[in-house]
Design a protein around this ligand. Structure first.
Ligand code: E4P
Length: 285
């Protein structure tokens, strides 16, 4: 499974890229707002054009999703073409993020505007990440329209289920992949959890040979990362905080403390001697 960073913070992109495990970056207007406000609070002026330029260069070898803001088909299409034309030449790594349905209310007349724009952008050869997916049928239509990535929002579906159950929860709380059992399993039209949503999207796209990759979005803890991988998601996008916890286990730390304590001088000297003879051994200069 590919690991993307879900952030517009330049320092986080730099760090995650330095770990050597970064396969991509996702942003959205809220993440950009967060990055801009944190800089403004530090008294910095933000030139967003220059900032995004740097971010794309930093993530040069991996795709970066930039999201449109319009709600009508023509706007979304124009914005997608603009974002791609303006920013893709920097490092050839821009994917345009388009909401599967940009309607702002249920009685809106634009429920298909996202899908139509996805088709128009994909027809021009622009890679599209179809976002705000909360049902497998939205994923199916986004993929059919030509999106190269579809993004089910696992954590937000869990939030929705918990809210319906009037649960008080912390955003980072683990939500069981097989659903919340309160007498009956709580579900959203047949979906018992965000990970269930991810799995159903994976199964349906695979069943019909659709090329889009499923990107498990809105993941809040490390256990959900594992579950997204087991559900077959090709990509998971993670906040930096979750990436930094992926390798942490108390027994690994305890093991390291023991191994470090047990190093006898004779063993340590081996490495010292190697360093002295270093010129003959590559990497030990
Ligand atoms: C990524 O593409 C999504 O925009 C992001 O994962 C949403 O995460 P959130 O629900 O934690 O805001």
């Amino acid at each position: 499974m590919k690991i993307f960073l879900d952030s517009a913070e330049l320092e986080e992109v730099e760090l995650a890229a330095s770990y050597g495990i970064l396969d991509g970056v996702t942003t959205n207007p809220s993440l950009i707002k967060k990055a801009v406000s944190s800089r403004q609070q530090r008294g910095e002026d933000v030139d967003l054009q220059a900032y995004l330029h740097k971010l794309l260069e930093t993530a040069a070898d991996v795709p970066v999703s930039l999201e449109v803001i319009g709600t009508r088909r023509e706007e979304i299409e124009k914005e997608g073409i603009f974002l791609f034309g303006q920013f893709n030449p920097i490092a050839d790594n821009v994917t345009i993020k388009v909401p599967v349905n940009p309607a702002l209310s249920e009685d809106g007349d634009n429920h298909y505007a996202g899908v139509e724009a996805i088709k128009a952008l994909a027809d021009r050869g622009i890679p599209v990440n179809c976002t705000l997916v909360f049902t497998p049928e939205q994923a199916l239509l986004g993929a059919k329209a030509g999106a190269s990535i579809v993004s089910p929002f696992a954590g937000r579906l869990d939030d929705y289920l918990r809210e319906q159950n009037k649960q008080i929860f912390d955003k980072k709380d683990y939500f069981p992949a097989d659903g919340l059992k309160q007498g009956d399993v709580l579900d959203d039209n047949g979906l018992v959890s965000g990970i269930d949503l991810v799995g159903q999207c994976v199964d349906i796209l695979a069943e019909f040979g659709l090329a889009a990759e499923v990107l498990a979005a809105s993941l809040r803890n490390t256990r959900q990362v594992r579950e997204a991988a087991l559900a077959g998601a090709q990509i998971a996008t993670l906040p930096f905080e979750v990436i930094s916890r992926l390798l942490v286990h108390p027994k690994t730390i305890e093991g390291m403390q023991g191994f470090t304590r047990d190093v006898v001088p004779e063993y340590a000297r081996l490495f010292e001697e190697k360093k002295e003879k270093g010129s003959r051994i590559q990497g030990f200069e």
